[in-house]
Design a protein around this ligand. Structure first.
Ligand code: 1BN
Ligand code: ZN
Length: 320
């Protein structure tokens, strides 16, 4: 009987000791976990994920960019609030440790001389031959004399997708350079015409040294509307429309296409006219186009994400 008690006592001791050790180890692991997660700042974590090519397109982050830009808006070229949006874009580029190149110029418009600024940054490709793909979006908003026009969809949405893509493209190893081009002065100040519109893109193409170095231009405009329906733009280069279709099919996102075929004049036109392949990814059927209701209520983070994913897939195809 005495022996039995001793054995039971020893067994209980062993079980208790084992449970105690396991619980200590779990605490230690939790502690280590906290150490790892507090060891790095958000910026450092992003950099580490960029290096490992682990970053996913974040629809929340794209939506926040859109909201932040709208909160700083209107973005009429030449105004103080436009300057604040310029700073926001430049700050986001800097956060990714990339070099900002600004082309600040003054141009004649129907409301007088206006200062504009095309902002670019480039993520180098592995081939190092200077061949590039341009991802573009206009960041100015349309001027209205007596109205505060926010341009959430037109085109804070396109800029927001590009800013989120910056982070992801930086972690990829593409063959070609990827240039991010934040265009100014897309909107007309009075009536849309050859001379009153596309100020930034016309200026950009006037400075191109070799058109052969630009493999493709992908323009994002009005890409944030709920239930997005991307139009088939007949002014876009057919080879890039084919790639857009391939990318969208690949991602099972063909529901993002409209059934409309329309010819759109937008920032891709000066490139197309020069013989550079360019495409406008745009959903032009927008009830609140150029109205004061073009606000965040119309913006869907899902649409921003879908367009971001389609653009990334197009980059994969173009870099094959
Ligand atoms: C797109 C967004 N555009 C202006 N804001 C270009 C455009 C102008 C497209 C007129 C169609 C008609
Ligand atoms: Zn517009």
């Amino acid at each position: 009987m005495k022996n039995k008690i001793i054995i039971i006592f020893l067994l209980s001791f062993c079980i208790f000791a084992t449970l105690f050790l396991i619980s200590c180890e779990e605490n230690l692991t939790d502690q280590n976990k906290t150490e790892v997660s507090t060891k790095y700042t958000t910026k450092e974590k992003t950099e580490k994920m960029q290096q490992k090519n682990e970053l996913q397109f974040s629809r929340e982050s794209a939506y926040n960019h859109c909201k932040n830009i709208v909160d700083l808006s209107p973005r009429v070229s030449g105004t103080e609030s436009h300057k604040r949006v310029r700073s926001y874009i430049k700050n986001e580029i800097e956060k990714n440790n990339l070099k900002i190149i600004e082309d600040i110029f003054v141009t004649k418009t129907p409301i007088g001389d206006v200062e504009m600024d095309n902002i670019t940054t480039t993520i180098k490709g592995t081939e190092e031959n200077g061949n590039k793909i341009i991802l573009a979006a206009h960041y100015d908003s349309k001027y209205f004399k007596d109205e505060k026009f926010l341009g959430a969809n037109d085109n804070a949405s396109g800029v927001a997708v590009l800013l989120e893509l910056l982070k992801i493209v930086k972690g990829k190893k593409y063959k070609y350079d990827i240039e991010f081009l934040f265009l100014d002065g897309e909107e007309a100040f009075a009536n849309w015409s050859d001379t009153d519109s596309l100020y930034g893109s016309r200026r950009y193409v006037s400075q191109i040294k070799s058109i052969r170095k630009i493999n493709a231009v992908i323009l994002l405009d009005m890409v944030g509307e709920k239930n997005i329906k991307i139009d088939f733009d007949m002014n876009s280069s057919p080879e890039l429309t084919d790639i857009l279709i391939e990318a969208t099919q690949n991602l099972n996102l063909t529901s993002c296409f409209s059934k409309r075929f329309i010819a759109i004049e937008d920032d891709h036109m000066p490139f197309v006219t020069m013989g550079i392949p360019a495409i406008d990814i745009i959903d032009f059927e927008y009830d609140d186009w150029h109205t004061k209701n073009d606000n965040m209520e119309n913006i869907s983070s899902k649409s921003l994400e879908n367009v971001g994913l389609i653009t990334l897939k197009m980059l994969d195809i173009l870099n094959k």
